[in-house]
Design a protein around this ligand. Structure first.
Ligand code: OXD
Ligand code: MN
Length: 596
């Protein structure tokens, strides 16, 4: 297919406009076929953009390295460009759209000379579902095309549907340019339904369907169209009778979101016959259906997961998912054409090539005496979610799944108990708004320092955070039966600093209580912060943990909460005038309940 064959007038004109700006040698319209994938891979092997991995051991797998300065999302170079600065709010970087188009336009100008511009039609959500949104990404990167083929429904069928309905689409323009960090810009134009990303090749900055469209632009659309775009996993927990409770859960990074989405029931609960169904591991789009309850889809089609720390113990389902047809980015390349990463499976290889392509041996140190890691800390795998052994059979359902519970979580050594339930939707919104996590080694900054990250959306909300909370409150009021809201903390420690709760598959014991609460099958103990389980309602079968420790994990300590409330208040004040009165009210009431 060529540009002249495109029947959608607006689309054709926009591609022409971008091509006039970027000046590519060729325009190629992707059809999403396997033949196309093979051709593109072949070309990328020739230029070195991709390396073919050992096809006997890892069929369909390829390897990619990003530039050394381009290994993670760059929040400080990410902007929301609305006419009115207030719309973007105090938590986002803002740029005037005119200025943004001008600045980035100058960088895009002629930047694709000698390159091909790929036209990537993609659908976030099942093609044609009332939830779904169409995007067209123009990019000069084969790596982007191949990732988008995994992460989204991509190709001819999407384009045909768009033309048939003469539908709207998000205009996504990406250019590698010179991969110059000083000229890197990730720009969102919610009022124009457009995204421009230039001078990066890192997934989170360039797979524009993911964080840029499915969260930043979609959250803005959701506010206007009465739905929600959230940074949440979706999972179903099936009990032995076959009844499935669906849960959506938001966690900041490094809290085990992908692990939870596909957990394997622990040994002690095996006899109960639970099964876990993975719907999504990162993003949920949620809508109120005609039955007055909240339904959700995973708009994505693949997983873009962090490799280090993923192994057969922490996440056996993820390991099974990435055995074939996977793109590995910035991990260690072994001499036999397979890959490895720190805290992965298998023994430490005796040599290989690190994520920068340098010969590597374990124990090597840099000039500062720091151990050189084989894989970058944020190295990734991109794999089709359909390959996950626990994948739901509802991935293509146009109505998604009904959500019974929403869980918020963070990494807190103290303060937050293992689990508590909010008293109401509004109280739950307050719980989400005050979400926070302590920094780990995975993030830059002081270890242990608290970072507030409401609903895990701080870097991803496409508009003002106070207005976002208002939207949550409004959505709750529209629902006949809103999901129950919970907060969990798998990371509470004892006096010695050891984790009280074993985490991983054992988390199902907590989910069991959550499910039982949703089905009104179990009571709870009321505390100032919310309802917590009675000790006897957490099934501890075959778990090597004392009742005393469970008690510690569930305790609510007033002195910790005094400090917590102060810190919440400081954060809410930073959001400013748009902060809804209902959240302040909940804050006040919590204070009262604690007797402060
Ligand atoms: C991600 C993230 O990559 O949240 O999913 O950063
Ligand atoms: Mn994420």
């Amino acid at each position: 297919m060529e540009l002249k064959d495109i029947k959608h007038k607006k689309l054709k004109a926009w591609i022409k406009e971008c091509s006039d700006l970027c000046n590519p040698d060729n325009i190629y319209i992707c059809d999403g076929s396997e033949e196309e994938k093979a051709l593109l891979e072949k070309e990328a092997f020739k230029t070195g953009e991709l390396i073919e991995l050992n096809q006997k051991k890892m069929p369909g797998c390829v390897y990619h390295r990003t530039a050394a300065n381009d290994v993670a999302r760059t929040e400080h170079l990410t902007f929301i460009c609305t006419k009115n600065k207030k719309e973007a709010g105090s938590c986002n970087n803002w740029m005037n759209p005119k200025e943004a188009y001008k600045k980035a336009g100058a960088i895009f100008k002629g930047s694709m000379r000698g390159r091909t511009m790929y036209v990537i039609p993609f659908s976030m959500g099942p093609i044609g579902s009332p939830f779904s949104k169409t995007g067209i990404e123009l990019s000069d990167s084969i790596y982007v095309v191949l990732n988008m083929k995994i992460m989204t429904r991509m190709g001819k069928t999407v384009l045909e549907k768009l033309e048939e309905t003469n539908g709207e689409f998000t205009k996504c323009l990406h250019g590698k340019a010179e991969l110059d960090i000083s000229k890197r810009m990730i720009l969102h134009f919610p009022e124009d339904n457009a995204i421009w990303s230039v001078n990066s090749g890192y997934g989170g900055n360039v797979l524009l369907g993911k964080k840029c469209l499915a969260l930043r632009i979609a959250s803005y659309m959701g506010k206007k169209e009465d739905w929600m775009a959230e940074h949440m996993l979706i999972m179903g927990v099936e009990d032995p009778s076959g009844y499935i409770v669906y849960i959506a859960a938001a966690f900041p990074s490094a809290c085990g979101k992908t692990n939870l989405a596909m957990l394997i029931p622990p040994k002690g609960l095996k006899h109960k016959g639970y099964r876990i169904w993975t719907v999504g591991d990162d993003i949920a789009w949620m809508k109120i259906d005609s039955d007055g309850t909240l339904w959700a889809i995973n708009p994505e089609y693949g997983m873009f997961g962090v490799a280090p720390g993923t192994n057969s113990k922490t996440n056996p389902n993820a390991m099974a998912t990435i055995r074939k047809n996977t793109i590995f980015t910035n991990v260690l390349l072994k001499k036999d054409g397979t890959v490895w990463w720190e805290d992965g499976d298998g023994s430490v290889p005796k040599d290989g090539f690190d994520w920068m392509g340098r010969p590597w041996k374990p124990g090597m140190k840099d000039e500062l005496g720091k151990i050189i890691k084989g894989a970058h800390e944020n190295s990734r795998f991109t794999a089709p979610i359909s390959q996950c052994p626990s994948i739901t059979n509802r991935l293509e359902h146009h109505h998604g799944v009904p959500i019974s519970a929403i869980i918020f979580g963070g990494r807190r050594a103290k303060v937050a108990p293992l689990v508590y339930e909010a008293f109401s939707w509004q109280h739950g919104v307050f719980v989400g708004a005050s979400m926070a996590s302590e920094r780990t080694f995975a993030q830059v900054g002081k270890q242990g320092e608290l970072r507030r990250d409401p609903m895990a959306m701080l870097p991803f909300c496409g508009y003002d955070m106070g207005d976002y909370f208002k939207h949550w409150i409004k959505m709750g009021r529209k629902m006949a039966k809103p999901p129950k809201i919970f907060h969990v903390n798998w990371f509470r420690t004892d006096k010695k600093g050891d984790f009280l709760w074993p985490g991983f598959g054992e988390n199902l014991r907590v989910l069991e209580w959550v499910m039982d609460r949703c089905r009104y099958r179990v009571g709870a103990k009321k505390t100032a912060i919310g309802n917590i389980p009675k000790l006897e309602n957490i099934d501890m079968t075959e778990l090597d943990m004392s009742k005393k420790n469970l008690e510690h994990a569930l305790a609510v300590h007033k002195k910790d909460w005094i400090y917590e409330l102060k810190s919440q208040e400081e954060f809410f004040k930073k959001i400013g005038k748009s902060m809804p009165k209902e959240i302040w009210q909940e804050h006040k009431e919590l204070k009262k309940r604690l007797g402060i």
